[in-house]
Each structure stands twice: as C-alpha cells, then as structure tokens.
Design a binder for this molecule. Structure first.
Ligand SMILES: [Cu+2]
Length: 410
C-alpha cells in the first residue's frame, strides 16, 4: 500500500466505492477490564439513499463500534491505519494518560497509512464519551471515523430506570450530485473542523426508523459528531427528561422540550411516549424543522416501573458536594485576571505566509490586553502583525497546525 505522511498528502482523495466492502451496522462491543480491542481504519462503500459513496470506517462500519465498558476498567486498543492519510485516535472526554490521548506531534507520532499504534484507555467516569481522529477531522471524521463509548457506572441506581436504550450519533454530510463534496488534500476544507452537510445521519443512517413501545421510558444516548452543525433535538409528542451530558449524569434532572448539542457534545435523555403512533426525532432551527429519524410507537410496554418513576426529577448528591467544594473558590478574589483574545486575520488582506489566526492569552490584570511576559518558545511574530504571546507555539507549518488540531477540542 502506498505510504503517505502529512508532509506528503495524496494528490487527491479517492472517491470510488467500487470493490470496497459494504459498510456494516456498528457492533455493540461489551469489553471487560483488561480486554484488547483491535480497531481498523479503512475505506467502506456506504449506501445513502439511492447513491453509494466511499467513506471511512472503524472496523468496517459508520459509526464505528459502540464500546460498552465498566467504570474503573481499562482496555488496550490496537489501531491499524488502512485509511487515506495519517491518523490518531482521540478519546473524547475520557480522563486517561496524556500519551494515549491521540494528539499528533504533541503526545504521539501520527500513525502512518499501513502503521499501527497501541492505546491504553481508562474509564474512571461513568457516562457517554466518544472517539475520533485528531488529524484532518474535517475529512476523516466527516467520512465516518467516529464511535460512541458508554461507561457503565459502578454505583447501582446512578441512572434512573429505563426500559430500553438507543446509543446514537447525530451528524451531517455534504453530498453534491450523489457524491460527497470534494476535500482539499493539503488543507482543511472550510473552517477548522469542517463544514455543514445537507444529508443528516442518525447512527450513520440517513432515514432510520426507531421502534419503541407506548408507556416505555427509552433512554437516548446522543453524541453530536458533526464537524460544524449545532443540533437542537426533540421528539414532539413525547415527554423528554434530560438526565446526563458530557460528564455523566446531571446534577439536577429536568423536563425539557429539546436539547441543544454543539459539535462533540453529548446528551442523555429519557423519552416517554404515552400513546401508540408515529413520531419523529427532529432538529429545529429558527427557520426550519428537519426530520432526522422516524419513531414508531407500538402498543406494548404499557405501565412499566420506569414510566412510574419518570416524573421524579433526581438530584446527584456527589455533584452537589462538588459544587459546594468549588464555592469557596468562586467567592474568593482572583489572584490574576486573564483575558483570552482571539486575533483573526482579514483573509482579504492576508500576507503570504501568515496563518489564519491565533488564540492568545493576555494579562488583563494590568489594565490592558498586552501579555505580561513572553514565555519561552511561545513568541510568534507573523509578517506584518504586532507580536502576540500565544497559548500554543507554532511548531508546525500553518497548514498542518490548522489541519491536525481541534481548537476548542478537549
Ligand atoms: Cu474530540
């Protein structure tokens, strides 16, 4: 197989799905402490409505397998890269050893095409997390490299009771004339993380049907894997209770009409439908309503114990304690006030060689926006601009820096 590094990108990304294995449905993999998972990045042929496109999958599916693990456990993940360009795997939201967090050039060397890397992944916290690449997410994540992780709490009763559950990704993909719109092989297409799409995918499917029973409490584990789009999700006609988010359960559960999910965010919602019928998972914007999935509500399931407990809005005592612990810091006078300043170039006036922008940390406690003191290796002077002291240093070319990191990504 031809080898590429991110210094040597392919002339153009392949788009032909001919001869590729058809993308499968994501497996649910229940992994025990000490288990080893083999995760293979590779191209797949994905049917979307009446067209078939070339996408990328973990273990041959879009999304990749859903990992179900116990809180406090640890697994080994052996990643082999048979994709189109270098990759890493970032474990979004998990607290783990920095060297396994998949940040290219910073914590690990990129995994070249044909190469492999072994991760040791820990799950200290219950809740919903996910994994995706940290190189050219605008391309590789858009094409299907993402998967969910459900960490089962050690504490019984951590979550309220539910009758069934769906673990789903919500995403969008840009199709033009039946093909995925092209990407630049050398730099991020559109904004740093990617672009809006015109086809919605729920769990990798453009028009899925979810079956539930009337009177059941159905837990929806939702991850926004879109590169740019914020989703405003609801199931009109059903009752919805927000029970969890990015860091496990909510401190205070609440009944909601919809949940707003920015890219990378997660929500755990319990949905109760009282009568049989046809509903839909919808995305609402101020101007439009998009139908993402059909929800068929069958006759069965009336009167479950979970439905009886649906009205209760629970409080998480450990988060209340955590909040109290932080109160004294919130009440304390600051030792120093810092201002985070985003300095953006005017693209129309961008001088040759200048980057797209810098995220700078300035000392506002001095009463101005100038940095207090240059830090070693943190000084950056772009042509034609005043010097700025930046939170990161430009170790790589502007193209690689913009394409391989995710500003705002944890
Ligand atoms: Cu992430």
């Amino acid at each position: 197989m031809q080898q590429h590094t991110d210094r040597d990108p392919p002339a153009r990304f392949p788009t032909d799905p001919s001869g590729l294995p058809e993308a499968g449905r994501p497996q649910l993999l229940e992994l025990a402490d000490g288990d080893t998972l083999k995760l293979r990045v590779g191209p797949v042929a994905k049917r979307l409505g009446d067209t078939t496109v070339r996408m990328l999958g973990y273990n041959g599916s879009v999304p990749g397998p859903t990992l179900k693990v116990a809180q406090g456990s640890e697994i080994i993940v052996q990643v082999t890269n048979h994709g189109d360009l270098d990759t890493t795997v970032h474990w979004h939201g998990l607290r783990l050893e920095n060297k396994y967090d998949g940040v290219p050039h910073e914590t690990q060397a990129p995994i070249p095409v044909g190469g492999e890397f072994t991760y040791r992944i820990q799950f200290p916290d219950a809740g919903l997390y996910w994994y995706h690449p940290h190189i050219r997410e605008d391309y590789t994540q858009e094409l299907g490299l993402y998967g969910n992780i459900v960490v089962v709490p050690s504490e019984p009763g951590y979550w309220p009771p539910a009758d069934r559950e769906f673990v789903l990704t919500v995403d969008d993909l840009l199709l033009e004339e039946g093909r995925i719109a092209p990407f630049s092989p050398v730099e991020t297409s559109y904004a740093a993380m990617g672009r809006y799409g015109n086809v919605f995918l729920v769990g990798g499917e453009p028009d899925p049907v979810l079956e539930v029973g009337a009177g059941e409490v159905v837990r929806w584990w939702l991850t926004n894997t879109a590169n740019t789009r914020v989703f405003n999700l609801g199931v009109p006609g059903a009752r919805m209770k927000l029970v969890g988010g990015d860091s496990g359960r909510m401190e205070q559960e609440e009944l909601v009409e919809s949940v707003l999910l920015a890219p990378s965010e997660r929500a755990v919602v319990d949905v109760l439908v009282e009568r049989p019928g046809e509903l839909a998972l919808e995305h609402h914007t101020p101007e439009r309503v998009y139908r993402l999935a059909a929800v068929t509500v069958g006759e069965h399931g009336h009167g479950s114990a979970a439905a009886g407990a649906f009205e209760a809005l629970r409080h998480a005592p450990e988060l209340g304690v955590e909040r109290q612990r932080l109160d004294r810091w919130l009440a304390a006078a600051p030792d120093k006030v810092l201002a985070l300043v985003a300095q953006m170039d005017d693209p129309a006036a961008m001088p040759a060689g200048a980057g797209a922008g810098d995220l700078c940390l300035s000392d506002a406690s001095r009463g101005d926006q100038r940095p207090a003191r240059p830090l070693p290796q943190m000084r950056h002077e772009a042509a034609g601009r005043r010097p700025t002291i930046c939170q990161g240093h430009r170790a790589h070319s502007p193209t690689r820096r913009r394409s391989s990191r995710s500003p705002g990504d944890l």
